[in-house]
Design a protein around this ligand. Sequence first.
Ligand code: GDP
Length: 242
Amino acid sequence: MAGYMELVERVINGSDIILMVIDARDIKGTMNRELEGMIESKNKKLLYVINKCDLISEAEQSKIKLKNSIQVSATRHWGNMRLLRKIKALAQGEKAIIGIVGYPNTGKSTLINSLKGKRSAPTSPKSGYTKHIQKLKIDEGLYVLDTPGVFSKSGESDLDHMLIGAKDAQKLLDTEKIVAQFILEMKGKVEKHYGVKESKDPYETLEEIALVKKLLKKGGLPDTMRASRQIIKEWQARKEVW
Ligand code: GDP
């Protein structure tokens, strides 16, 4: 079995155009700089596919300024034709093989399905990645390689997983600790979202949020465990920017 990065590199080597799928809700967090470098050094064409645009507002969509990018929603089939046109323009009338890379859960499998229409390939209901590379025809002279999801952040943390929605809240190990870290990183935005006062101690903020949500343990103490799980779920399912 080839190593993971080796497999990704093989996909990049085998493609003419690379689509890097990123999450519209967390563009910076789901861009993969390491891979960008690799793609550029191999002189391949790179197009960012900003997916899940149905989860952000039109105002937010129009604020996105990213070169070589296209905004889509793979589940709603928004932007399919635009994407195909863009791919054709990049292919300049030649045959082209398209590689799809991106973090887990950004919607690569859904996008592939959407691109190839009715003949469906399985999309994974949970995070994870496909190990095999398959070549699928999407149009005359255009083929897409189905690729594994790509991790490049060294030592990916549970917070990264939370931010990109790659793990179920139930499966994150220490949700209170992760959310405490999240509260600090968001610099007041979490407090604002839940209408609680800011505090130096993020665990205190978590307690306040539990109280606002009326999540109490027996005896009336704030249930910070349940609150932290809810915060993660609400962040992952958010439609607006916090
Ligand atoms: P992959 O791991 O990158 O292959 O991601 P999947 O294609 O398996 O998608 C991960 C999850 O995101 C699934 O639950 C999809 O239904 C969902 N998803 C994919 N694209 C979109 C989209 O455009 N909008 C929304 N709301 N959800 C999406």
